[in-house]
Design a protein around this ligand. Structure first.
Ligand code: PLP
Length: 552
């Protein structure tokens, strides 16, 4: 979930003032910006070796970054950030109902009853009723008691286990190996296929990118690694590129199908490319990229190909049996070398597990980390973590066994039936349209008649929580088992129709909320300002006291 949607879902009105001030100052910046465009020529001279500099957008960004460094301008920016801070603090105070924070250990330990009473209070803060299917994605299972009880019992038996010590907890390692094998088989892996469990999709992706980088170094001697990634692929690829210090080349989507444009992808390949990426399906629009064509590029240029099926991973293998066949996106496609699939999304396991798979051990080997000379011993770990929570592995394993193949097919049927129904009904609503032709569980909508964020703002006032998207402005709903109850879909459709009609009555209206934030955020040429605001939001989440100036 993105930061700005959180801000807005907390208080639909707050950002207007701040962002108006940001926009006003932005106007000032634009003015100065014009006169500084000359500077750009200079930067260009210094930076000519960098291809990106030939791109106007980047030029504009760089000139803004220079501007922000000028003392006067920096003052304005700092003032804005202080305002933003204050507003964020207020918003968060509201989110926590102004409750006081603990900041020191209790001198003497509290009783279990006391702690559980507190816990109950904490779990009741918040206004999105996810248990009623009001949130997009977020919680994928339908909250059935039976699964919940199983998880609690499994946790009870495995709470203190750690797969870092196979000699002490071999059972946990056996479970992990079995999960990986079962999931590789679901994805049509052969005997060479392999993988590891990770703590989530982001870790799976970071590891896939690391393995590709180090494989590229070994196999081809590539030292200035680049990965070629659809713009619609998950933000985790950017995180991976930052952490691993490799260059990421973004490829636009086809404007009609919203699948990554294969021709542009081919053009972006260089002798430094270590990985091509496709999604099945992607997070923003639920679109499945043309994996076969990406894999063909991979074969042609001998570059590994990763399929990100974090979101769809536990729908993909069951789509055919559920009666909703999709093109092959797994190891049966020649050229696919790694796949990520999240057990903690449609696998319905508690949060904290995902599977990263490889077509062959020669790739997985580069995921591992081995320190041979540490005084603490030879230290070898398969993933980013050292110690890991064995209970997560056990719970993931238990969930897979509890559902079984048929259980997942049933769940997939329910979700896909809901998706097809909703897709059909949404496409009949005048004033909005669906992005591309989503074949899986996500539906993204946009509008050319009114600001689409007014729709999500109003729906959020009605208790729904949709996810905002940008470039282009849109919102999506990610359907889970929670939404498969007829009363949930029906009330969602009813509410969406009401709101669309309202928006169409005043199509120019643009007040407050997400529209302002995303309008502002998308138009700011200097993305570092957006980064600053978002970082201050994270700071805010870690607030444990209300200062005098804050929260009034
Ligand atoms: C959710 C998601 C991820 C990463 O997920 P986390 O488990 O939140 O780290 C990666 N790719 C896609 C397409 C996703 O939807």
């Amino acid at each position: 979930m993105t930061i700005f949607s959180k801000l807005v879902s907390l208080d639909a009105k707050w950002p207007s003032d701040v962002l108006t001030s940001v926009s006003v100052n932005r106007a000032k910046l634009e003015l100065i910006g014009a006169s500084v465009l000359a500077t750009v020529a200079v930067i260009k001279l210094y930076d000519l070796y960098d291809n990106d500099m030939l791109n106007f957008k980047t030029l504009k960004e760089k000139s803004f970054r220079l501007l922000i460094c000028l003392p006067g301008v920096r003052g304005i920016a700092e003032k804005q950030l202080a305002d933003v801070d204050n507003t964020i603090s207020k918003t968060i105070q509201k989110m926590y109902n102004s409750q006081v924070f603990l900041s020191d250990l209790p001198q003497t330990g509290l009783s279990d009853e006391h702690i559980l009473r507190e816990l109950s209070d904490y779990s009741h803060i918040g206004k999105v009723d996810w248990q009623m299917g009001r949130a997009s994605g977020t919680v994928y299972c339908d909250g059935n008691r039976k699964l919940n009880d199983l998880m609690t019992k499994v946790y009870d038996k495995t709470a203190y286990t750690n797969p870092l010590h196979p000699d002490v907890f071999p059972g946990i390692n056996k479970m992990e190996a079995e999960i990986v094998r079962m999931v590789c088989n679901l994805f049509n892996g052969n005997n060479d296929s392999c993988g590891t469990l990770t703590c989530g999709g982001t870790e799976s992706i970071i590891l896939a990118v690391k393995a590709a980088r180090d494989y590229g170094r070994e196999a081809k001697g590539i030292t200035r690694s680049e990965i070629v990634v659809p713009v619609t692929a998950h933000a985790a690829f950017q995180k991976a590129a930052q952490l691993l210090n490799i260059r990421i080349k973004f490829i636009d989507s086809d404007p009609i199908s919203y699948k990554v444009d294969i021709k542009s992808m081919r053009r972006a390949i260089t002798s430094n490319t270590v990985l091509l990426v496709g999604s099945a399906c992607n997070y923003p629009h639920g679109i499945i990229d043309d994996i076969k064509s990406i894999a063909e590029l991979g074969l042609k240029y001998s570059i590994p190909v990763h399929v990100d099926s974090c979101l769809g991973g536990f729908l993909v293998p069951f789509m055919r049996a559920a009666g909703y066949p999709i093109p092959s996106v797994d190891f049966s496609v020649a050229g696919v070398t790694s796949i990520s699939a999240d057990t903690h999304k449609y696998g319905y396991a508690p949060k904290g597990s995902s599977v990263i798979m490889y077509a062959h051990k020669k790739y997985r080997k580069h995921q591992f980390s081995v320190q041979t000379d540490w005084p603490g011993g030879i230290y070898a770990t398969p993933t980013l973590a050292g110690s890991r929570c064995g209970a997560n592995i056990a719970n993931c394993w238990a969930t897979l066994l509890s559902f079984g193949f048929d259980g997942y097919v049933e769940a997939t049927k329910k979700i896909m039936k809901t998706q097809r129904f909703l897709k059909e009904e949404l496409s009949k609503i005048d004033g909005i349209y669906i992005i591309g032709d989503p074949l899986m569980s996500v539906i993204a909508i946009k509008s050319d008649r009114f600001n689409i964020f007014r729709l999500s703002d109003k729906l959020s006032e009605m208790g729904w929580s949709l996810n905002p998207l940008q470039f282009p402005s849109a919102v999506h709903i990610c359907l889970t088992l929670m939404h498969t109850k007829p009363e949930v879909v029906d009330s969602f459709l009813k509410d969406i129709k009401t709101v669309v009609n309202e928006c169409l009555l005043t199509p120019k209206d643009n007040t407050g909320g997400l529209g302002v934030i995303y309008g502002m955020a998308q138009s700011l040429p200097d993305r570092s300002l957006v980064t600053d605001i978002a970082s201050h939001y994270i700071d805010g989440i870690y607030t444990t006291e209300w200062s005098q100036t804050n929260g009034k």
